[in-house]
Design a protein around this ligand. Structure first.
Ligand SMILES: Cc1ncc(C[n+]2csc(CCOP(=O)(O)OP(=O)(O)O)c2C)c(N)n1
Length: 642
């Protein structure tokens, strides 16, 4: 294509992206910023023979469009439709689909080593944002890439932003480079001048190197990439296809690792995105194309309830501080930062550092609240275990987007925290069921002074408050079988009465103890009503604090014939497993069945579709529970109580 044709194509792609994403929602700002860059990459390199690795992968829409997936955008992020991140199943042009940031350079390091060892002449290209570059893995990778010296092109897509403006020394450094385009030119002049002198050879090289360092320090202070031994090309205008192409060509022919520093604008070419101060329409839901404003009326979200309560707590407690890993907006901490800017730390996409820095803050006398998506906490498991828990430090982790999230697919499900955190000694885990209990449990969490606490809640709109009938210890009883629920005509198979509570004047049938985790309380109430219609007595409880297992739960289990747990996390090692173990340890012979997310990779779709696929609807739970209790009721002996 000619340069003119290319700019027409770029404009068409932008219109297409805005039109499609306005209907489905998705990553808009990042993709509008990489249109020319992606075109240039595909013109210079030959995918899939050459390996293109997009860090995080949220900026891969343009790559999808020009690798034959344009038609899929009508069903972007919908069940059975196009995924929102690269997908190996979707295309041979997609290599990395993890969508957790800062990994591309490590993949690229490995790929380059493999191709070198196998004698394959294939180029490796990693595209990494300035935001992703704040993640420690990138620096571990650069250290190794510099040492291995394999050919590789690292394109730094520098738009100065993560969601919010990128923070830290690295961001400042990139800004310096951006503002000093003279560096390479000055360097070339010096080099030429020296080469024209008669003394050629080692001494000249040494001199050149010394001069180069001097010039570099003067023109682009802290040009750290070259200090690492990696060639730096740039900065280039990332919206000029020809300029990017020429830089990529130079890098491609270099024969070692090269960084191409492309300066782009997030949201480029769509005014509402360019003007959006929060995050350049990083990942909007469906919106009006004219204005860029969301179509759906705003609902009260879990994140907002948390954010508001945290502000109230921070107003009362000067020791409470908060940490985000580059997500002040999405985690709600931006609101606290408006009021108490000195008490919110955006540490970059650095969950591990966030966690150990929180440990330090706690050691120093503060109570840090680390607000993070459940899926990204996986990154910081060792830091939580060793740096925080081993030291019994009071750090509160607030896990947003816990459980099945939906459209972002498997990498974004927050379904592991309940399991992996279960092995952390001294950790207390809360799962609020509604706005009121979120506020209450957050307050309880920050009141804990001798160890870490976790408060986890899902994505989306917060459901109506579901008040408890009563509270036993810390456990909320949400529903109990009324005496009237005892069927007048008891089925023959249920003629035994050993599960009747004889302490009351009116007998109450305690068949099923339904233990719900977090907002599954609502589902549990619905399911319990359906099971009760079959004549069984169901008690619904919300443990509130799911770890350590409350002793009251064990006592309650003893009074029932069957215990069923329902949780929005993987079944292996989850709350169901923990309660089963507690019952075994206490010699409570009541059978327990656990419902939760199967240990598998679950595709993208809406949360409701996914929960339905997983058998986690009220109807499914009621059917399962009825089947189990019916089976049990027919089988003798029934457990003894006491
Ligand atoms: C480990 C991890 N933490 C947080 C995120 C959430 N996240 C997705 S994109 C993004 C910002 C990325 O910024 P940058 O790499 O500069 O790309 P840009 O969106 O600016 O193009 C963040 C924080 C993530 N994907 N992975």
């Amino acid at each position: 294509m000619t340069p003119d044709q290319l700019s027409v194509l770029a404009a068409e792609i932008r219109d297409f992206l805005v039109a499609k994403v306005s209907r489905t929602g998705g990553h808009l700002g990042p993709n509008l910023g990489v249109v020319e860059l992606t075109l240039a990459l595909h013109r210079v390199f030959e995918s899939p023979r050459d390996s293109l690795v997009f860090d995080t992968g949220h900026q891969g829409y343009v790559h999808k469009i020009i690798t034959g997936r344009q038609d899929g955008f009508d069903r972007l992020k919908q069940r059975g439709g196009l995924t929102g991140y690269p997908s190996r199943a979707e295309s041979e042009h997609d290599l990395v689909e993890n969508s957790h940031a800062s990994t591309a350079l490590s993949y690229a390091d490995g790929l380059a080593k493999a191709y070198a060892m196998r004698g394959e002449r294939r180029h490796v290209v990693a595209v990494v944002g300035d935001g992703a570059l704040t993640g420690g893995m990138c620096w571990e990778a650069l250290n190794n890439i510099a040492a291995a010296r394999n050919p590789m092109v690292i394109v730094v897509n520098d738009n100065g932003r993560s969601y919010a403006p990128t923070i830290g020394g690295l961001a400042d450094h990139l800004a310096t480079l951006r503002l000093n385009p003279g560096y390479e030119k000055v360097l070339d002049l010096v080099k030429e001048a020296l080469e024209r002198t008669p003394l050629v050879g080692r001494p000249l090289y040494e001199a050149l190197h010394a001069v180069k360092k001097g010039v570099k320090d003067a023109v682009a202070p802290q040009a750290l990439f070259e200090d690492l031994g990696i060639k730096y090309v740039g900065p280039v205008d990332g919206h000029d296809v020809a300029a990017v192409e020429s830089a990529l060509q130079r890098a491609k022919g270099f024969g070692g690792p090269v960084i191409v520093h492309a300066v782009t604008r997030k949201g480029n070419g769509y005014q509402p995105a360019e003007d959006d101060l929060d995050d350049c329409l990083h990942s909007p839901s469906a919106f009006d194309v004219e204005t860029g404003k969301a179509l759906a009326a705003p609902k009260q979200k879990w994140t907002n309830v948390f954010a508001e309560e945290l502000i109230a707590i921070a107003d009362e407690r000067p020791d409470v501080v908060a940490i985000t890993a580059a997500m002040p907006g999405p985690t709600g901490l931006a609101k606290l930062a408006e009021k108490h800017p000195e008490r919110v730390f955006d540490v970059g996409i650095a969950e591990q550092h966030a966690t150990t820095s929180a440990a330090g803050l706690a050691m120093g006398g503060m109570h840090p609240v680390v607000a993070i998506y459940a899926t990204f906490l996986n990154r910081a498991f060792d830091q939580l275990l060793m740096d925080v828990a081993l030291h019994r430090l009071p750090v509160t982790f607030v896990l947003d987007r816990a459980g099945i999230t939906g459209p972002d697919g498997p990498s974004h499900y927050g379904i592991w925290d309940l399991s992996i955190l279960g092995v952390v000694p001294g950790l207390r885990q809360a799962a609020p069921r509604d706005g009121a209990t979120l506020c209450e449990e957050l307050r309880e969490a920050v009141a804990v002074a001798d160890g870490p606490t976790v408060v986890r809640f899902p994505t989306g709109a917060v459901p109506a408050d579901l008040p408890a009938v009563r509270r036993i210890g810390g456990v909320d009883i949400l529903a109990e079988p009324p005496a009237a629920s005892l069927p007048s005509a008891t089925p023959a198979s249920r003629s035994d009465d050993s599960a009747l509570d004889r302490s009351d004047a009116t007998p109450v049938r305690k068949d099923v103890l339904l233990v719900t985790v977090g907002p599954f309380a609502h589902l549990g109430m619905d399911a319990a009503a359906r099971v009760a219609e079959q004549g069984y007595g169901v008690t619904v409880v919300d443990p509130r604090w799911v770890r350590p297992v409350p002793i009251e739960l064990v006592a309650l289990a003893r009074e029932h014939r069957l215990v069923v747990t329902v949780e929005d996390g993987v079944r292996a090692g989850g709350v169901g497993d923990a309660l089963a173990k507690a019952l075994r340890d206490a010699d409570v012979p009541v059978p327990l069945r656990d419902l939760g997310v199967a240990v598998d990779w679950h595709p993208h779709g809406s949360r409701a579709e996914l929960l339905s696929d997983l058998g986690l609807t009220a109807q499914d739970v009621a059917r399962e529970v009825t089947g189990w209790i019916t089976e049990l009721a027919g089988a003798a002996p029934v457990p003894t109580h006491g």
